[in-house]
Each structure stands twice: as structure tokens, then as C-alpha cells.
Design a protein around this ligand. Structure first.
Ligand code: SF4
Length: 63
């Protein structure tokens, strides 16, 4: 699976990081970093939760 971020929509509020800290990290510079662009299947439920958690609907999954 591939994580897709719509950077136009992302507000760096870190709700995705709360859901899947292995994949998403908002750093001190107030920007979101995707730590793993193609997470393994073991992270799918967390990434799906992150997608649902994003209030800006900035996240999606391909594959
Ligand atoms: S939850 Fe959405 S808006 Fe917030 S940091 Fe993650 S991708 Fe960006």
C-alpha cells in the first residue's frame, strides 16, 4: 500500500500521527513527514484509522 498526502489540504494537526506514529510524524517545524511511504500490511489498520482521523481528508491509500 502507498500513502498519499494532499499537501494542499494538510494542516499539520498531527491526528494522523496519533493514529499511526510509525508512519506519520509532525515535527517541531510544524510540518508533516511521512516516515514510511509504502507501509507493510501489518500497518494497514493503523493507516486506515489515520485516513479516517484526518479532519482535512488529506490522506488516502493506494493499493
Ligand atoms: S491528520 Fe491530516 S491534516 Fe492532520 S497532519 Fe495528518 S494529514 Fe495533515
Amino acid at each position: 500500500m502507498r500513502v498519499i498526502v494532499d499537501w494542499e489540504l494538510c494542516e499539520s494537526n498531527a491526528l494522523c500521527m496519533a493514529a499511526a506514529p510509525e508512519v506519520f510524524e509532525v515535527r517541531d517545524d510544524d510540518r508533516l513527514y511521512v516516515l514510511v511511504e509504502e507501509p507493510g500490511e501489518e500497518l494497514r489498520s493503523k493507516v486506515e484509522l489515520a485516513v479516517r482521523s484526518c479532519p482535512m481528508t488529506a490522506l488516502s491509500i493506494a493499493g
